[in-house]
Design a protein around this ligand. Structure first.
Ligand SMILES: NC(=O)c1ccc[n+]([C@@H]2O[C@H](COP(=O)([O-])OP(=O)(O)OC[C@H]3O[C@@H](n4cnc5c(N)ncnc54)[C@H](OP(=O)(O)O)[C@@H]3O)[C@@H](O)[C@H]2O)c1
Length: 346
């Protein structure tokens, strides 16, 4: 009998990583999960929830530790950060030393890297990126004005230098309250709810006609799991790796103005604000509420998950307008007590 696959995961304390590990454990209790956490408190919380997983102490700057863990892993799922080059390079170096063959890396990026404001903030753009047809264009976008691109480039360079099969999974705006052990809050919608509460009233960036894709947290988890399953098959299964290994995951599109309106209505219904108006803020005014407002809520990031669909993946989670009231309730409950920093803002 072949030994149980060993999967090393970063970001288990986070929203996306914590939820994904939960779904992995449910679906694949036979896998050995090893998780990176920064400190003993986090370790205790994780082990209280999942006594059977292995936990190692360190962070994405713990080069020697990441090389050692990479060396032992069949698959590394890097979900802690889309913005940490030394971490992914150390993991790739470690995976290259796995015997008898290198292990595989699945790295989280994000469709924020597509940011398109060619028609101005708050305006729609026509450009839609298909991850099969446009893979060369997607993996050639400049670093300037495109978050995460520096790390995506480093991953592909690492793939070539070390002959380690890599896949980059690039989710869009993920919604829904997570069920992981520590952080359960996503980024863009919670930060927008928080900013609206700070503003005391609904707002959108200018006309609010700009578009993004959405994805329920369960569907984000299922996309990662599918890629790990493929990674564990001989020769990486039917998935593509390296320069073609770029995957979007998405479940349809929305306009940010519609989200602002829905949040405003929900906050009004929950008694957290007093009227239903939605202000049209300039980029400068929105940036005063969050420094990354132009990227978070003001541009277009339009992607199509053709590559995952070709592997049989389907989004099955609820629509974002269904999950929104629960996200609003969480933000109202925790208003002022949470950090609104991003990995690309550090
Ligand atoms: N949520 C989304 O909608 C979305 C969509 C696309 C892409 N992404 C990207 O996916 C990544 C994870 O997102 P998330 O929403 O899960 O964020 P999150 O809730 O903040 O989770 C990230 C987790 O990774 C850990 N982490 C971050 N940097 C680390 C480092 N240098 N060393 C060790 N641990 C580190 C953090 O630990 P501590 O708590 O100890 O800092 C945190 O628990 C981010 O880079 C994000 O930009 C997210």
């Amino acid at each position: 009998m072949s030994p149980a696959p060993r999967v090393f995961v970063t970001g288990v304390t986070g929203y996306l990583g914590g939820h994904t590990v939960m779904r992995i454990i449910e679906k694949h209790p036979e896998w050995i999960i090893v998780a990176l956490v920064r400190n003993v408190n986090q370790r205790n919380t994780i082990l209280a929830r999942w006594p059977k997983i292995e936990v190692v102490l360190g962070d994405l700057d713990s080069k020697e530790l990441l090389i050692e863990e990479g060396k032992k892993a069949d698959v590394v799922v890097q979900i802690a950060s889309s913005d940490h080059i030394p971490g992914v390079l150390a993991l790739i170096e470690g995976l290259s030393q796995k015997k008898p063959a290198p292990g595989r890396l699945i790295h989280v990026s994000g469709t924020g890297m597509l940011n398109d404001v060619s028609n101005g903030f708050g305006q729609p753009s026509e450009k839609v990126y298909h991850d099969i047809a446009d893979v060369v264009e997607i993996t050639s976008l400049p670093i300037e004005n495109h978050v995460h691109r520096d790390v995506d480039i480093a991953v592909l360079e690492g793939n070539k230098k070390y002959s380690v099969p890599t896949a980059i999974l690039s989710p869009p705006m993920i919604h829904g309250v997570g069920k992981g052990p520590i952080k359960t809050r996503s980024i863009q919608i919670p930060f927008l709810i928080d900013a609206i509460l700070k503003h005391g009233k609904g707002f959108q960036v200018l006309e609010g006609q700009n578009m993004w894709n959405s994805l329920h947290i369960d569907d984000a988890a299922s996309a990662f799991i599918l890629l790990v399953e493929e990674a564990l098959k001989p020769n990486g299964g039917n998935a593509q790796w390296g320069s073609d290994g770029y995957y979007f995951a998405e479940a349809g599109e929305f306009k940010w103005g519609d989200v602002s309106k829905a949040i405003t209505n929900s906050l009004l219904a929950q008694g957290a604000i007093k009227n239903e108006d939605v202000d049209k803020l300039t980029v400068e005014q929105a940036s005063a509420l969050h420094p990354w407002a132009p990227l978070l809520w003001g541009g277009n990031c339009r992607a199509r998950a053709d590559r995952l669909h070709a592997l049989g993946w389907k989004a099955a989670g609820p629509d974002m307008f269904e999950t929104l009231p629960s996200m609003v309730a969480e933000e109202v409950k925790n208003f002022g007590a949470q950090s609104n920093t991003t990995t690309f803002g550090k």
